[in-house]
Design a protein around this ligand. Structure first.
Ligand SMILES: NC(=O)CC[C@H](N)C(=O)O
Length: 358
């Protein structure tokens, strides 16, 4: 039995489609991703909290959803332990899935977390609209209407960050991971590299801990909501211990350094974003998921842009001129997407070793 639902945008656009996943209403910020694969990773990426995700790839669900499998108490496959998106919008939902490790269908998985999906929507037309007007608030409406809601006004990081400290691995280098909504592949990338990881909540005062290097995770929403993290980070920037940040982590580093961030018109969400390493002609194809960016013009004199987005010239990472502090706005840990920049984890650990051998 098919059930009709509507996708309604703040500009009055109303699109009728068919329900899949949970038959329920939900509001959020409507954003699009042009990635062609990776919905199990995207849906569990905590950075998508509060967002209704539009996928431009026309057929979704055809490879189902893998079963849960744990490694060091974290998921081997998913990017966190639940679905974080507020809703999903696709053109064609594949009822029949087939893949060697599929354990369930995408629709059943969405139902488990009470997340609505709408299919039968021309997501390329919708994406053109979002590109012209910018990301918009919107809602998927089933039986009961819900008010529009801007998730960027909430402290989403506080909602997705863990309550306590967790330890992983027993490697030589002690890294503190400030968890603002970390993707588990960041943890996996560290555990493959001789690291003991101390994962702390977003507002934990990590400056009281003994560590060799500091890592700032990705996370949802407006970076300016993370005041506590920014304050602790300002103290860490006074020292010389290596710091590496990814995505929200990059924005927090920019803010703590004294720079500013701004909201992009519609953000970067895909697996093929070209970035250029400053001072070189090297271009890397990167996995991205962000709606905000550091305003390069506001960076203090001791900081440089490290990577630049070749589509729109925006900042894709920053670097301190003399201290071992750097960040990327893109995702070197990928999951999903290309792994071409995973070497940045090695670069970070190299600076940790150099710091320890000083
Ligand atoms: N993936 C992320 O960490 C995203 C950072 C921030 N929430 C943004 O949208 O820009």
């Amino acid at each position: 039995m098919t059930q009709t639902v509507k996708l309604i945008l703040e500009d009055g656009t109303s699109i009728e489609g068919e329900s899949f996943g949970a038959f329920t209403s939900a509001a959020g910020e409507v954003v699009f991703s042009t990635a062609m694969t990776g919905y199990p990773e995207n849906l569990t990426d905590p950075s998508f909290a509060g967002q209704i995700l539009v996928l431009t790839t026309p057929m979704v669900g055809n490879y189902g959803v893998p079963g849960e499998d744990l490694y060091e108490s974290i998921s081997k496959i998913f990017e966190s332990d639940k679905i974080h998106i507020a809703g999903l919008v696709v053109t064609y939902y594949s009822e029949e899935h087939s893949h060697w490790n599929a354990a369930k269908s995408l629709g059943d998985w969405l139902k488990e977390y009470n997340i609505p999906g709408i299919c039968g929507v021309d997501t390329r037309m919708l994406t053109k609209k979002l590109r012209e007007k910018g990301a918009m608030l919107g809602k998927i409406v089933a039986e009961d209407d819900v008010p529009l809601h801007d998730p960027n006004l909430d402290n989403l990081v506080a909602q997705v960050s863990p309550a306590g400290i967790r330890h992983y691995g027993s490697g030589q280098h002690k890294i503190v991971l400030v968890d603002c909504g970390t993707k588990t592949n960041i943890i996996r990338c560290f555990l493959e590299r001789d690291v003991e990881l101390i994962r702390v909540p977003w507002d934990y005062d990590f400056t009281t801990l003994d560590y060799d290097g500091l890592f700032l995770s990705n996370g949802p929403g407006d970076p300016k909501m993370c005041e506590a993290t920014i304050q602790h980070l300002q103290k860490a920037l006074q020292q010389d211990k290596p710091i590496f940040g990814i995505c929200l982590g990059s924005q927090l580093m920019g803010l703590a350094a004294g720079g500013d961030t701004f909201k992009l018109k519609y953000g970067h969400r895909s697996h093929n974003q070209p970035v250029k390493l400053t001072g070189t002609q090297h271009c890397y194809i990167t996995s991205q998921n962000h709606g905000f960016a550091v305003d390069t013009a506001t960076l203090p004199a001791e900081w440089d842009m490290l990577f630049e987005n070749l589509n729109d010239g925006t900042c894709e990472g920053i670097k301190h001129k003399t201290k071992p502090f750097f960040s990327t706005q893109f995702h070197p840990e990928a999951a999903g997407g290309p792994q071409d920049t995973e070497f940045l984890f090695d670069d970070f650990l190299k600076s940790v070793v150099e710091y320890k051998n000083r």
